[in-house]
Design a protein around this ligand. Sequence first.
Ligand SMILES: Cc1ncc(COP(=O)(O)O)c(C=O)c1O
Length: 439
Amino acid sequence: MVRSRRYLEEELTRVTPNSRSQWERGKQSMPGGVIKGAYWSPPHPIYMDRAEGCHMWDLDGREYLDFEGHHTAMILGHNPKQIVDAVTNELGKGFGFGAPTSLEAEIAEEIISRVPSIEKIRFANSGTEASLHVTRLMRSVTGRHKIAKFEGAYHGSHDALEVSTAPALDRVGPIESPKSVAAQDGMSRVSEEDVVVIPYNRPEYMEKILRQHRDELAGVFYDPKAGIYDIPYDFARSVRSVTKDLDLLLVMDEIVSFRAGFSGYQCVSGVKPDLTVYGKIFGGGFPVGVIGGRADLMDLFDSSLETNKLGQSGTFSGNAFTLTAGLATLRCLTPEVYEHLNLLRSALHEGLVNVFNSAEIPCCVVSEGALLNLYITDQEVHDYREQSLVDKELFDRIGLELLLNGYYGWGGLGLSLSLPMKLSHIDEFLDTMSSILSR
Ligand SMILES: Cc1ncc(COP(=O)(O)O)c(C=O)c1O
């Protein structure tokens, strides 16, 4: 069986002394020793030194196959030539003009040509910012204040939506009417009041809740959880038809789910939202958030109009590197690239099911496009509550075994595939997993 947590943590500490001492150093100047909470993982974070293609090397010179892909952003892998060349060229021209450049229309046109629901776009610095600005737009255009979101969905770290992202199970209330639970201390007192929480995969409860709150609701935020929860396209279509029926705006959060296909999850599922937020991949590795959607809605941001009431700003929004790297990334992401990623993902999905079956460990694998999640459970995982019941202890120990064997990124948002990966990488990973589980 997989070795004990204590043994694995000691072994990882032994083979990564430079990461250990970096973390000890960091504790003097940063809370918990890390620059952001997501980087904390016991026994200490693994500090990276460099990356190339689908590999990263840590401060101790150990090599990892990278399944983390910078929180799913690096779909082309690390240092792809097209992006490095484009950004290097931009660097030579100077950066940060405080004035618009022609790059803006270029990337806007690229996105619009790719996704039929997008007629106009704006840039921000992160997915968080994009979802915050969209929330204001929804309220402004409808004159209604509440926003509905799904239990277990995360749309960024701001008071308007960081509600019921991962609530304790003893606080969630009944599935037919989930409670609204602020995710952090210190949030505004009205955060919980202003968010209506709806369950994934229960169309009847979703519709009932939306109908009940219809007069106060501006619209619905929908993260399709592609490759994360097992949600049929039909559910996404029912979210669209109910929101249309009730005259509620539908915002699709494609910050992760753009990994689903060439034009993102909305095209794979055949759902046309009113507005969409993007992030991650769209910055080609640089900080980014994108808001796009129907022109009549997006025009609310038009500050050339005297009637304009809705500002959308940010010193570094749409900075030259983000636009350059984002544009080059989108141009590289052809249908053939998605075909390759789908092939890898199917092999990984099937292989993991076989390896876990052979080891007689129950598993549920969910995958879509270039994203895959494995849960240790004999149940299907359709939503946050089902996800909360899976075996995390064994899962985490497998993660430590994988780190020791040179694989990074087990956990978090799941296994992110990248273009430089080949079927041989998947085969080697599956062989490693097989020997970990049968050890
Ligand atoms: C689905 C989803 N929406 C929004 C966000 C927030 O994006 P950012 O971290 O760029 O603020 C994330 C971040 O992981 C996300 O996964």
